[in-house]
Design a protein around this ligand. Structure first.
Ligand SMILES: Cc1cc2nc3c(=O)[nH]c(=O)nc-3n(C[C@H](O)[C@H](O)[C@H](O)COP(=O)(O)OP(=O)(O)OC[C@H]3O[C@@H](n4cnc5c(N)ncnc54)[C@H](O)[C@@H]3O)c2cc1C
Length: 397
């Protein structure tokens, strides 16, 4: 009898280990099948990756060496972009990285794999698994079932084939080993895992999974293009401060956003704003992200009613917060200096839904707050009947 799992992860490199750890954090146990580890080496982790790992509970600050700048040719490229708790590059042994994640692994390469009506059947180390979804970080499924990567850009044409998702080096590979490969791999895993967990738990529809390809492929293509330019034409103009600034942004990945997807566009068409933006490190938001789930942040008296209702209907899935506090029934984010309000542009009556991976699902102006149930339903559903959420006015105090 095969062991039935929601998700089988092929490969125990950074993408596979982070994916399994994140799935577990979001309530889904995955089996990880790993091949032999590669040669040990040090890796450079950049700001956005460190932010995401921190949210996942992996604080590497005291394990490695921090650098506020990196040398590219004759020039020092500054990495401190401000607005992040990690204004530097961290160099750590990759073994340390894996060990910290503490994920159980079937320590054997995949022997066979096939797709069937009930799931993917994967054999490894004498064990057989029946999986609803597969995350292929080793390129194994890719090579066996869909041919090898053909794109000249180094990026796969599609990150999903049926129940199989490709992540990390299996989805994109740069010839430059000192590049961003691990950073992109970790970010892929962080982007995909919570979505898979929500779908496996019946808390989101399969359409949420389409956003993985739509969001991550563009990011990888741009990063690899940036790396290629850096080996050629960009290197020749590094004397220009503006160019060095862009290169710093390429490394830090702090400018990564998901505004370009159809999902984000459809939110904008409904009057929502900022869909796909990275949320700022303000008001203790990053600390709140360490607990899994969505955050719904609102401001002002008119937001209180909806915040309270969402907290009741989506208990444990969407945590409501009132900026500045003032109502005992909704937890407060102090934001005494108004940093979060300013940087997320949340005015009185506005609401902002923060995804579990620290990006904005949307910011909803108070004037169209009645759209909240519709927009929220695209991201997370409750097992109960469609919730009735009605904008109500409440007096603070
Ligand atoms: C010397 C060196 C330095 C680097 N420095 C950096 C850096 O500073 N910053 C950076 O961002 N990137 C760096 N990289 C790139 C980075 O290491 C990779 O991009 C990253 O490891 C990709 O992670 P991954 O999990 O996608 O793939 P991998 O790390 O390749 O993991 C895939 C795993 O799948 C396993 N596997 C293979 N075949 C099978 C099979 N049949 N069945 C099951 N499992 C299988 C492999 O054993 C491996 O453990 C460096 C690479 C090298 C070689």
């Amino acid at each position: 009898m095969p062991t039935t799992v929601d998700v089988l992860v092929i490969g125990a490199g950074p993408a596979g280990l982070v994916a399994a750890a994140e799935l577990a954090r979001h309530g889904v146990r995955a089996a990880v099948v790993g091949g032999p580890p590669g040669a040990a080496h040090e890796v450079r982790l950049h700001s956005r990756t460190l932010e995401l790992l921190d949210a996942a509970g992996l604080d590497l600050r005291h394990t490695g060496r921090q650098y506020g700048e990196v040398r590219v040719g004759d020039y020092a490229v500054g990495l401190d972009r401000g607005e992040t708790p990690y204004p530097y590059m961290l160099v750590v042994p990759d073994a340390e990285f894996g060990a910290r994640l503490n994920v159980p692994i079937v320590d054997a390469p995949v022997e066979s794999l096939s797709d069937g009506p009930l799931g993917a059947v994967v054999r490894a180390g004498g064990e057989e698994f029946l999986a609803r979804y597969v995350i292929d970080t080793a390129g194994t499924w890719l090579a066996a079932r869909f041919g090898v990567r053909s794109e000249e850009s180094g990026v796969l044409g599609h990150y999903r084939a049926g129940r199989v998702f490709f992540a990390g080096d299996a989805a994109h590979r740069s010839p430059d080993t000192g590049g961003l490969g691990l950073n992109l791999a970790v970010q892929d895993a962080m982007n995909l895992s919570w979505k898979l967990a929500y779908v496996c738990r019946g808390l989101a529809s399969d359409s949420l999974l389409h956003t993985y390809h739509a969001e991550r492929r563009v990011v990888a293509a741009e990063a690899l293009r940036g790396e290629r330019l850096l080996r050629g034409p960009l290197r020749r103009v590094l004397r220009l401060g503006g160019v060095r600034d862009r290169v710093g942004g390429l490394f830090s990945q702090l400018g990564t956003h998901y505004r370009h997807t159809a999902f984000s566009r459809s939110h904008r068409e409904h009057g929502a704003r900022a869909a796909g933006d990275r949320v700022p490190d303000a008001g203790g938001l990053y600390r709140l992200l360490r607990s899994p789930g969505y955050l719904l942040v609102g401001a002002g008296a008119t937001a209180v009613g909806l915040l309270r209702q969402v907290g009741e209907v989506y208990t444990g899935l969407v945590r409501p917060y009132l900026l500045g506090g003032g109502d005992a029934s909704v937890p407060a984010i102090e934001d005494s200096r108004g940093d979060l309000r300013r940087r997320m542009r949340i005015g009185d009556g506005d609401l902002a839904l923060v995804r579990p991976d620290g990006y904005l699902a949307f910011r909803l102006p108070g004037t169209v707050a009645a759209l909240l149930p519709n927009l929220l339903g695209a991201w997370v559903v409750t097992r109960s009947a469609t919730p009735e959420l009605t904008p109500t006015h409440s007096v603070l105090g």
